[in-house]
Ligand binder design. Structure first.
Ligand code: GRF
Length: 206
């Protein structure tokens, strides 16, 4: 069975969606460890409720980004992790980690990449930018992670219609619901070994 690590800095509702899908046997995988950079992240409470090992790596405890990255990499190796799921993890790694896990790290982004991604595009900033752009649709994207932020091959996307009375907050809520569908779906396809990366495209084996 595939061993997964979920890395999250906040609420962890995507972690919950993945573990719930595993629990109802939709995904042939187990979550080996939850890793956070925030000691008070609610994802840690969720992990505790599911008796899943959790580790905290406070960024400020490390002299630099590389040491922080290498400490997490070591933990992932100790837990024999095969797939990393970034789910609202608010720190950027040095290239050692994406390089060690090429094609084995996923991220969820709360917009339709390749639009509205990259530096500064996280949390409410994304939804504000989408609303201010006048776009009529937004959505969520699950993609493979490469050393550059938000540009890896796209695995799953789903759209959300933007209504005239939507605000960044209401849009965030709608996008979250879609995230909880497509992240477990992407992890399931990976666990079933059905994802094939060809350049920037990800094909799904029937
Ligand atoms: C999600 O909106 C995700 O797209 C982004 O971070 C947020 C995490 O939410 N990368 P949660 O902690 O899973 O609720």
């Amino acid at each position: 069975m595939l061993k997964i690590a979920v890395l999250a800095s906040g609420s962890g509702s995507n972690f919950q969606a993945i573990i719930d899908a595993i629990d109802v046997q939709k995904i042939p995988a187990s979550i080996a460890v939850v890793i956070s950079d925030k000691a008070d992240a609610y994802v840690l409470e969720r992990a505790k409720q599911k008796s899943i090992p959790a580790q905290v790596f406070p960024y400020q405890d490390f002299p630099d980004r590389q040491k922080f990255t290498l400490a997490i990499l070591q933990s992932l190796q100790t837990y024999q992790v095969e797939l990393i799921c970034l789910a609202g993890f608010m720190r950027i790694f040095t290239p050692e980690l994406p390089t060690a896990f090429t094609g084995r790290i996923m991220n969820i982004h709360p917009a339709l990449l390749p639009a509205f991604g990259g530096k500064g595009m996280y949390g409410h900033h994304v939804h504000e930018a989408v609303i201010n752009s006048g776009a009529k649709f937004s959505g969520a994207t699950v993609h493979f992670v490469t050393p550059e932020t938000d540009v890896g091959p796209i695995i799953q996307q789903e759209i959300v219609k933007i209504e005239d009375d939507d605000t960044p907050e209401t849009l965030a809520q709608k996008v979250h619901l879609v995230e909880h569908k497509i992240y477990p779906a992407a992890v399931k396809l990976y666990a079933e070994e059905r994802l094939v990366i060809k350049g920037m495209r990800v094909m799904i084996k029937k």
